[in-house]
Design a protein around this ligand. Structure first.
Ligand SMILES: Nc1nc2c(ncn2[C@@H]2O[C@H](COP(=O)(O)OP(=O)(O)OP(=O)(O)O)[C@@H](O)[C@H]2O)c(=O)[nH]1
Ligand SMILES: [Mg+2]
Length: 617
C-alpha cells in the first residue's frame, strides 16, 4: 500500500464545459488519471458520471479534481459533481467556441457560489490562430456577461502545449484557498457511490464538504443510523484523516449496503432533515420568469428532489432577479444555513437558478420581517440575538450556534462572547435578558418560600428549576453559576438564599412551646393547623402526623407503638376497642393511632383487627 497522504487539500477544482470539448483529455494529461472509468463512457466516448483525480500543483500543493460530463442529458450529474468544489476549470474547445452547456455549467457554478477559476481553451493543436482568437473572444464575452474574471489560457490536452501556464494559474488559486478552519466543524460527506467491496464490506465515496473524518469516528445518517468508520482512503490511498475537499472513500461498519445510497449524507453529528426552508433565490438571465407556486427540481449535494417555490413578496421572479422564498420539498434533505442549491425546470430540464439556504427550520407561515435579511447579512452581531431569541428557554450550545450561523465553533464562540446581548451560562448561550429574568424569578420564588415557611431550607432542586422558567440543562447551569457566585446556597436539603438555614429565634421559641404542649396533650392531641413551628418539629422528627390536622409528639407516638406491640405479642392481635381501653381514649383517637401504626409499618390490618408485621413479630 502507498504512503498515507494526510496533507489537507488546498483546492478542489471542478471541470465544466460543453460535451466533447476536451475536459477528460485535459485532466488525463495533467494528472495521468483517466476519469472515464465506466465501460459505457469508453464505448460512447463521452463522460457520464463525475470522475475524480488528484493533482499535484507545481508548488507542491495538493488539489482535488472533479471531472464532470458535458452532455446535456447529464447536467444533473454535473451538478452533483460540482457540489463542494472551490474553483472551476471551464473548458472551451477552440474549434467550437461557447456552446449551450458552456453557459449552463457556468450558471450552475455561479448559483453554487463558485466564482473563481480558469478557462482552458482546448484543442489549439487542431485549430488555426484565427479560430482560437474567436473562441477566446466568445469566452471573454461570456465571463463578462456574468461578471466573472478568470484567465483564459490556450492549451492542448493532446500535445500539452499551454498546460504549464494552466497549472500555474491553478496554483495561484490554490495559494488563496477559501477561508474557514475545518477542525471542530461538522463533518459532512454527501455520498455519490455506495457499494460492497468483497472482503471489506460497505464502502461509500464522496467529496468531503466540511469537517474532518478519522478512523473510529461514528457518523450519522438522516435516517438515524450510526455507522462507524473502519478505514479511510483519499484519492485511492490509505489516510488517517479525510480533509475537506478530498475525494474520500470510507469503509463503514454497522450499516448494511441496503441502508445507504448515493444522495445520502454522512454527518459527524445528527442534524434534523428539512422538509421546508427559507432561502434567497437567484433566477438566471435568459430563463423564463419563475412563477409563485411553481414546481421545480432542486439539487443539493448529491441529491435532487422536487420542490415547490413560494415567493414571499411577489407573484413571479424575473430573469436575473433575486427574491426571498420558501421551498417545500417532496423529500427531506439535510440542509444548513449558507448551503447552496441549484434549481432546474421540470420540463424542459434546464437550469433556471438556484439559491442560498437562510433558514432550514422556518416557523410559521412566513418569516418575521427582517429575520431572513439578518441571517443573510451574516453579521453575527445581528444574527446571534435572533437565533438565541428563537432558542428561548433552551439556549444554544457552541455547536448549535456554529451550525445556525455557519461559522466555525471557535468563531461562533468569540462572536457570542463579544455581544452584551448574549450570555454564557456554563456551556450554554442564551440571551442576557433571559438569564436576568430567570435569576429574578428564582430569587423571588426562594424569597417567597422563605416567607411562607421560614423553617424550610428553601426550594427543592426540581422546584428551583421550574422557578427559573428555563429548560432543565440551562436551569441547572444557572443554579450552579448562582451558587458559585454566592447568590444562592445549594445544599442537599434544597436551594435557598445564602443566609438561609438559620431558624429565627422567635420561631425556635414557638416550636419549643408547641412541643411542650404536644407532650402534655399525650395520646389525645388537639387539632392543629400546620404552622411553621409545627413543620419545623415534623422536619426535625420531634413530632409526627396522625392524619389531617392531627399531630403528636414523637415521644407519645413511641409510647403508643410500644403499647400496641405489647398487646399484640400477648394476644396475637389488637382491636380498635382493645386499644381504646388500653389508652383510655375515645374511638376517634384509637382509630388514628392504629392507622398511624399501620403507616409506620408496625401493624397491618386483617379483617377487624391488627397484627404485628413480620418485622416486629
Ligand atoms: N486534437 C485534440 N483533440 C482533443 C483535445 N482534447 C480532447 N480532444 C478530443 O476530443 C474528444 C472529446 O474529448 P473528451 O476529453 O472526452 O471531452 P470531454 O469534454 O471530456 O467530453 P464529455 O465528458 O463527454 O463532456 C476526444 O476524441 C479527444 O481525443 C485536444 O486538445 N486536441
Ligand atoms: Mg469527459
Amino acid at each position: 500500500m502507498a504512503e498515507p497522504t494526510d496533507r489537507p487539500i488546498a483546492l478542489t477544482i471542478g471541470t465544466a464545459g460543453h460535451v466533447d470539448h476536451g475536459k477528460t483529455t485535459l485532466v488525463r494529461y495533467m494528472t495521468g488519471t483517466d476519469t472515464d472509468r465506466l465501460e459505457e463512457e469508453h464505448r460512447r466516448g463521452i463522460s457520464i458520471v463525475p470522475g475524480y483525480a488528484e493533482l499535484e500543483l507545481p508548488s507542491g500543493r495538493r488539489a482535488s479534481l472533479v471531472d464532470v460530463p458535458g452532455h446535456e442529458r447529464f447536467v444533473k450529474n454535473m451538478v452533483s459533481g460540482a457540489t463542494g468544489v472551490d474553483a472551476f476549470l471551464l473548458v472551451v474547445a477552440a474549434d467550437d467556441g461557447v456552446m449551450p452547456q458552456t453557459r449552463e455549467h457556468l450558471d450552475v457554478l455561479r448559483v453554487l457560489g463558485v466564482e473563481r477559476g480558469v478557462v482552458a481553451l482546448t484543442k489549439i493543436d487542431a485549430s488555426d490562430e484565427e479560430t482560437v482568437e474567436l473562441a477566446a473572444l466568445e469566452a471573454e464575452e461570456l465571463l463578462e456577461s456574468v461578471g466573472i474574471e478568470a484567465p483564459i489560457i490556450p492549451v492542448s490536452g493532446v500535445t500539452g502545449e499551454g498546460v504549464e501556464e494552466l497549472l500555474a494559474a491553478l496554483d495561484e488559486l490554490a495559494a488563496n484557498p477559501p477561508d474557514g478552519s475545518s477542525a471542530g466543524t461538522l463533518a459532512r460527506l454527501p455520498v455519490d457511490r455506495a457499494f460492497v467491496l468483497k472482503g471489506i464490506g460497505v464502502v461509500v465515496t464522496g467529496t468531503l464538504w466540511s469537517g474532518e473524518i478519522r478512523p473510529g469516528d461514528t457518523l450519522y445518517t438522516a435516517s438515524g443510523l450510526r455507522p462507524r468508520v473502519r478505514g479511510i482512503q483519499t484519492h485511492g490511498r490509505h489516510a488517517e484523516v479525510a480533509y475537506p475537499g478530498a475525494r474520500t472513500a470510507l469503509d463503514l461498519a454497522g450499516i448494511d449496503a441496503s441502508q445507504i445510497a448515493a444522495g445520502d449524507v454522512l454527518l459527524s453529528r445528527p442534524v434534523t432533515p428539512t422538509r421546508a426552508f427559507d432561502a434567497r433565490l437567484w433566477h438566471i438571465e435568459g430563463a423564463k420568469p419563475l412563477a409563485h407556486g411553481i414546481r421545480v427540481r432542486l439539487h443539493h449535494g448529491t441529491r435532487a428532489t422536487n420542490a415547490r417555490v413560494r415567493l414571499f413578496d411577489r407573484r413571479e421572479l424575473l430573469p436575473g432577479d433575486s427574491a426571498l422564498a420558501r421551498l417545500r420539498l417532496e423529500e427531506a434533505l439535510i440542509l444548513l444555513p449558507s448551503d447552496r442549491f441549484v434549481l432546474r425546470a421540470m420540463a424542459p430540464q434546464i437550469t433556471i437558478g438556484g439559491g442560498t439556504v437562510l433558514d432550514p427550520t422556518p416557523t410559521g407561515r412566513a418569516p418575521e420581517p427582517g429575520w431572513l435579511e439578518a441571517l443573510e447579512s451574516g453579521d453575527p452581531s445581528r444574527t446571534i440575538p435572533l437565533v438565541l431569541a428563537r432558542a428561548g428557554r433552551e439556549g444554544m450550545s457552541t455547536r448549535d450556534l456554529s451550525l445556525a450561523l455557519s461559522l466555525a465553533p471557535e468563531e461562533a464562540k468569540t462572536a457570542a462572547e463579544r455581544l452584551p446581548e448574549a450570555s454564557r451560562v456554563g456551556e450554554i448561550y442564551t440571551l442576557t435578558e433571559t438569564v436576568v429574568a430567570a435569576k429574578e424569578r428564582l430569587l423571588d420564588a426562594i424569597g417567597q418560600r422563605a416567607e411562607q415557611r421560614p423553617e424550610s431550607p428553601g426550594l427543592s432542586v426540581a422546584e428551583a428549576r421550574v422557578a427559573t422558567g428555563l429548560a432543565a440543562p440551562l436551569a441547572d447551569a444557572l443554579l450552579e453559576e448562582l451558587a458559585g457566585g454566592g447568590d444562592i446556597r445549594m445544599t442537599e436539603a434544597g436551594v435557598g438564599l445564602p443566609d438561609a438555614g438559620e431558624v429565627p429565634p422567635e420561631l425556635e421559641e414557638e416550636a419549643r412551646r408547641l412541643l411542650e404542649d404536644l407532650q402534655h396533650a399525650g395520646e389525645e392531641p388537639p387539632a392543629l393547623e400546620p404552622t411553621p413551628a409545627l413543620r419545623l418539629l415534623l422536619q426535625r422528627g420531634a413530632a409526627v402526623s396522625l392524619g389531617e390536622k392531627l399531630f403528636a409528639s414523637s415521644e407519645t407516638a413511641d409510647r403508643v407503638l410500644e403499647e400496641i406491640k405489647t398487646v399484640c405479642r400477648g394476644e396475637g392481635e389488637i382491636s380498635l376497642a382493645g386499644l381504646r381501653d388500653r389508652l383510655g381514649t375515645s374511638r376517634k383517637y384509637a382509630q388514628a393511632w392504629l392507622e398511624y401504626s399501620d403507616t409506620v409499618g408496625v401493624t397491618s390490618r386483617t379483617g377487624d383487627v391488627r397484627v404485628l408485621t413480620r418485622r416486629y413479630r
